[in-house]
Design a protein around this ligand. Sequence first.
Ligand SMILES: NC(=O)c1ccc[n+]([C@@H]2O[C@H](COP(=O)([O-])OP(=O)(O)OC[C@H]3O[C@@H](n4cnc5c(N)ncnc54)[C@H](OP(=O)(O)O)[C@@H]3O)[C@@H](O)[C@H]2O)c1
Length: 291
Amino acid sequence: MDEKIIDGKLVSGLITEEIKNELSFLSITPGLALILVGSNPASEIYVKMKEKKCKELGYYSVIDIQPASIPENELLALISKYNNDVRIHGILIQLPLPKHINEKNILEAVDYKKDVDGFHPVNSGRLMAGEKCYIPCTPAGIHELLLRYKVETSGKNTVVIGRSNIVGKPIANIMLQKAKGANSTVTICHSATKNIADHTKRADIIIAAIGKPGFLKGDMIKVGAVIIDVGINRIEDPSSKKGYRISGDVDFDECYPKASLITPVPGGVGPMTIAMLMRNTLDAALGRIYS
Ligand SMILES: NC(=O)c1ccc[n+]([C@@H]2O[C@H](COP(=O)([O-])OP(=O)(O)OC[C@H]3O[C@@H](n4cnc5c(N)ncnc54)[C@H](OP(=O)(O)O)[C@@H]3O)[C@@H](O)[C@H]2O)c1
């Protein structure tokens, strides 16, 4: 076992076992609706992986695949149907949506009590205010890794690179809260930030979520930093069977020697996302967030 590696596969497996154990004492069946619009190959893979996990855990799951041409009002009606379906506790709209559909209208149509992806403004607002809410699954997974690996975060400098609504902003909000595994001094960098290395060199914890392979180099970090790599980038690789390989946003070979802890790609943050979706869905079924 490499003690520098934060093993997301291992932790996601533990979470799966914890959910199975909890369910064995309960007589409920958590239900998740997965709505996929169009035929984006990556989205199809993600939805299938989520459904597979539901099956493994004994959840009731529905994959609802709609054509890319679906009018927005029909998609809204479909969401309303699942909002009113008592077997369904969580609703997930696989992003991205086709261009003619207004993503904001769709995400806001999901009942916030079933918003297990945490993208409804009620949940993002409550996250910002430090109140109980559904936290988006990837940031929730990052936080869980920091907690389980007992990373000291209070009073530390955390630099988040990337400010998307899916990863950057929510993880920055989490790290800012006066709470366990958080209470950091948070800096958010983005494409307009000047001299990112000036920020990252001072960071105790760096969370890279930008979608640029190998962006964070060894000379941009200090010795002992904790490095969380959220990036999932496909790099063409004729030597691989699939014709591509997956690379993170961190230059792992350069950062590993200086880091105290580091997530690999694959096998770091990636596996945590589905585990946290399953946990959010269980929480929804049990009325733990909103009763
Ligand atoms: N592990 C998982 O389960 C998981 C889940 C979600 C995403 N991801 C991966 O995480 C990465 C980020 O995803 P995302 O959805 O957050 O991406 P996104 O929506 O494209 O956002 C990227 C962010 O990075 C910033 N950025 C881009 N280039 C930059 C540069 N050269 N310097 C500084 N900042 C830069 C952008 O700045 P501006 O705002 O200024 O444009 C933006 O805020 C992707 O590789 C994605 O595949 C992984």
